[in-house]
Design a protein around this ligand. Structure first.
Ligand code: CAA
Length: 437
């Protein structure tokens, strides 16, 4: 692969973690309530649970919560930018990065901005961060991809809702992944999914949007493989933007079909499908987090490799009832494969980002030595396992009590605050009031 030469400076993801609300809904319960066969949701769409945000949570509180574990690694003299990628912005003018900057008590001497292009915003932020660090050696950039995916009660998109934020610290000599200089990006004005500024729920041409996603994947993959003189065999894993876990699989299979005459080996096909299952474990339990979904998939890929391979080490990796070294454990249930060899430094991971509207990008990242020691795997699993399960009526009540997109005053609920470190307390005279708890 020509563009990923030894001379490329090492810049990439130093740390990566996520936060998600402490409440969830079972997709089986939702299907039964809506009079739908649960297998459609759990198998056909590929979602088991959905994160449900209490109304004191929004992209600001989730973004700050996600970034909190990164604070010990942020050097206030080196941090130069905070970039939030989101399509659930709380203000059409002011950047959510500024609210997060205040909640985290970050240095004043940084640039705070928000970027938007549907689910592609997180990748745009990551690429801006990478380019900045390349031209400003020594700098750190905090990238946050935060969203609340809302389609509406009883809509076809309801099963794919979700909420959460991914935080990434980007720097030189990263401890997790080096981002390679090989990306291919494509833009095309398409009306597949959008959200007018006056409403909190998205509008989607569902089937059309899935077709555009697949078409854009095939287009960028074809150009990427030609420009970088590579094929699927060169990748240990490929992570996808995951609006629901079946979506990336459809694109991967379309890519395999288009490449079936080329050198795609059965080993590669099996490996990429198995790694794909690892990359979907968290999304299956959280749902779509729009800008963060691709990176939630990346975290899932790395964490599930960690869970499988760290049990014999001195560090206790498997401290959750959902994960044990026993091959029959629940951690390995959702088709997570057991026959995979451990991920190794130097291996390349492909990343496909898709934002409706639409922008798509394919790029690669390479695992660096000792990457496992920089993960937050156990904390991630704990936060998911400690969530409160809601009934469908509780979920509907929460959905309908979200902070309004209108000038009226709002006071958030005191319920379901456990585990939340930041809350939206109120909106008074059209000003949002956040605080740490
Ligand atoms: N058992 C098992 N499978 C079943 C089943 C059953 N009883 N009943 C149906 N299924 C399967 C169907 O065969 C279908 O599988 P395939 O896609 O493999 O054919 C699958 O379940 C879904 O069924 P439908 O196509 O009938 O589902 P739907 O019409 O209710 O809508 C959807 C699905 C279009 C994804 C809808 O949820 C939606 O509009 N979602 C929001 C838009 C979206 O996520 N688009 C994705 C691309 S755009 C993007 O990526 C940006 C973003 O984040 C939004």
């Amino acid at each position: 692969m020509s563009n990923t030469s030894k001379n490329t400076p090492k810049v990439g993801i130093d740390r990566i973690t996520f936060a998600t609300p402490n409440c969830y809904l079972s997709m089986k319960d939702l299907a039964i309530e809506r009079g739908i066969d649960p297998n459609k949701f759990t198998v056909g769409i590929g979602q088991s649970q959905q994160a449900v945000p209490p109304n004191h949570q929004d992209i600001v509180t989730l973004g700050a919560q996600a970034a909190l574990p990164l604070m010990p690694y942020i050097d206030s003299n080196r941090l130069k930018m905070v970039i939030v990628g989101t399509e659930s912005g709380v203000d059409a003018s002011k950047s959510s990065a500024l609210y997060i900057h205040k909640l985290l008590n970050l240095s004043s001497w940084v640039r705070c901005v928000e970027v938007k292009e549907a689910c592609y915003g997180g990748t745009a932020a990551l690429m801006m961060a990478r380019d900045y660090v390349l031209t400003h050696p020594g700098a750190q950039v905090l990238v946050i991809a935060a969203d609340i995916a809302r389609y509406g009660v009883g809509t076809p998109g309801e099963v794919t809702q979700g909420a959460g934020a991914v935080a990434m610290l980007v720097s030189e000599n990263p401890r997790v992944l080096q981002i390679n200089n090989d990306s291919v990006v494509k833009s095309a004005e398409i009306q597949d999914f959008w959200r007018p500024v006056y409403q909190s729920t998205a509008l989607a041409r569902g089937k059309f949007s899935t077709e555009q996603y697949i078409r854009m994947f095939c287009d960028v993959w074809q150009k990427y493989s030609a420009e970088n003189d590579c094929n699927f065999n060169d990748f240990e894993a490929i992570c996808f933007h995951l609006p629901y876990t079946k979506m990336g699989l459809k694109a991967l299979q379309a890519g395999f079909e288009a490449n079936s005459g080329a050198s795609l080996t059965s080993d590669t096909r099996e490996r990429l499908l198995a790694r794909y299952q690892d990359s979907t474990q968290y999304s299956r339990r959280i749902g779509n987090i729009y800008t963060g979904s691709l990176y939630l998939g990346l975290i899932s890929l790395l964490d599930y490799d960690y869970f499988r391979n760290s049990c014999d080490s001195s560090e206790p990796a498997c401290d959750s009832p959902e994960v044990s070294c026993d091959s029959s454990s629940a951690a390995n249930s959702n088709e997570s494969p057991l026959h995979l060899s451990p991920l190794l430094p130097g291996q390349k991971i492909g990343l496909f980002s898709y934002g409706s509207g639409a922008v798509a990008e394919f790029f690669s990242a390479t695992l660096v030595p000792d990457w496992r020691s920089a993960l937050f795997s156990n904390q991630h699993l704990k936060s998911l396992n400690n969530r409160t399960q809601l009934s469908v009526s509780q979920y509907e009540e929460m959905f309908n009590s979200a902070a309004p997109y209108s000038p009226q005053d709002f006071v958030s609920s005191q319920k379901n605050r456990s585990g939340a470190r930041f809350v939206l307390d109120s909106i008074k005279s059209q000003e949002r009031n956040y605080r740490s708890i």
